[in-house]
Design a protein around this ligand. Structure first.
Ligand code: ZN
Ligand code: ZN
Length: 155
């Protein structure tokens, strides 16, 4: 890793830093992500919660309904309400929204998921695998990331 990645909300109350590279990077085309972001997809950097350092401010957790009846916890700036990261069931792992990084171009998705609901005008690159729904992380994550995840879930 080069310099640690940092990001912020729109008003700047919340700043954060990733203290290492992410475990894996998702580009998700599901309808929940489209609705939550108001966009065509979301870029999520998966990283252990203890490697996501909040430098200023206190993100506010908001539980947002999903189409399957579950909720997803989204962490927002209490002032400008921009969504910075979220949680899918496991508090040990955060999904950091790539667009809030200081340099969003500094990350490239490792996989594209839920392409069954991808908008037609988004063309996917050949460089990353794409899945109608989801994938098996044991097949696609680097061994080091699998080990890191196991350690995080065991702690
Ligand atoms: Zn803000
Ligand atoms: Zn999604």
């Amino acid at each position: 890793m080069d310099a640690p990645r940092e990001g912020r909300c729109a008003c700047g109350s919340i700043r954060y830093r990733l203290t290492s590279d992410p475990l894996f990077v998702h580009c998700c085309h599901c309808l929940n992500c489209q609705r939550q972001t108001g966009s065509a997809f979301v870029v999520n950097l998966l990283i252990e919660t203890d490697r996501l350092e909040v430098l200023t401010g206190a993100p506010q957790a908001v539980d947002v309904p999903r189409d399957d009846g579950s909720t997803q916890r989204i962490y927002r700036c209490p002032d400008c309400q921009v969504a910075l990261f979220s949680e899918y069931g496991r508090p040990e792992v955060r999904f950091v929204r790539g667009g809030t990084l200081d340099d969003p171009r500094g990350v490239t998705p490792d996989v594209h998921i839920f392409t069954k609901s991808k908008v037609d005008w988004v063309a996917l690159p050949d460089s990353a695998p794409a899945f109608d729904v989801y994938y098996d992380r044991h097949e696609f994550w680097p061994a080091a990331s699998l080990e890191r995840l196991e350690a995080a879930l065991a702690s």
